[in-house]
Design a protein around this ligand. Sequence first.
Ligand code: 8YV
Length: 316
Amino acid sequence: ATVGHTILQVGPVNPDVQAALTEEFGALRLPEVPEEREAFLDAHAGEIRVAVCSGRFGVGTELMRQLPQLRAVVNFGVGYDTTDVAQAAERGILISNTPDVLTDCVADTALALYLDVLRRVSAADRYVRRGDWTAKGNFPLAVRASGKRVGILGLGRIGQAIAHRLEAFGCEIHYHNRRPIEGSAYAYQPSAAELAAAVDVLVVAAAGGPDSAGLVDAQVLESLGPAGYLVNIARGSVIDEDALVEALVQGRLGGAGLDVFAHEPEVPAELLELDTVVLLPHLGSGTEETRQDMAALTLENLRSFLRDGTLATPVA
Ligand code: 8YV
């Protein structure tokens, strides 16, 4: 069924979603250049009923205000912090995301960072490539990864999948959430700082957005300390990035494994020089299989909304 120009694509999307949007749905693409965008919105703002977005691009406060007929935001990805959730709630605009299908891959990425930053896999790989093994001898000793005390900040679906994997490494799991999870076998800590003080490694798996912004601040990093490690597969916004860079540069934090940053794709230049950090280009869910599943779920949400105004996986 063709639905005319009622669907707006905001930012780049996954190729499968892109193909369907163009060929099946005749979606309009929001121009990225400000002057073009203005003319585009003058012409089309009134007809847009659904927006499809992904990653760093969402329907923020201003864009949402400019779309008076908007009824749904279909987000490729589990996180939807780039969309103005408060305004959407006020206006009865529905939002869908892609939960569950990416949980395993994001948790696997967290474990990859965990193992890499403690056992210094990437740093050791660079050592071999530079010829240092022959020139300088054995690589310096790393830190044991098994049996550590690990704190999960945000014990949701992804946080629990990370904890489950770490159990197999004999780790003792602590967590902090806004509320303790009933029936959880893991040790609840009442604040992020207390969680950091109780563990060797802090893994950030909390949702982004205004509620969690800067939750990992200078004090939390200090509680983690020079023998402590940080892993972030959530959103850069959850950490005070300036404080993190300072702590790493000054050796007041042992190391960090980061898949996400405050201003992607910008990575603080100071971090590029440090062998104590592992830097990934936001690839947490980035496998062929999972991206296929995310694309299918995104299109399922879109079709469902166009059919009867409901979403397959609406956010609460
Ligand atoms: C991105 C993610 O959506 O699901 C999320 O919240 O951060 C990722 O899966 C993905 O990079 C697509 O842009």
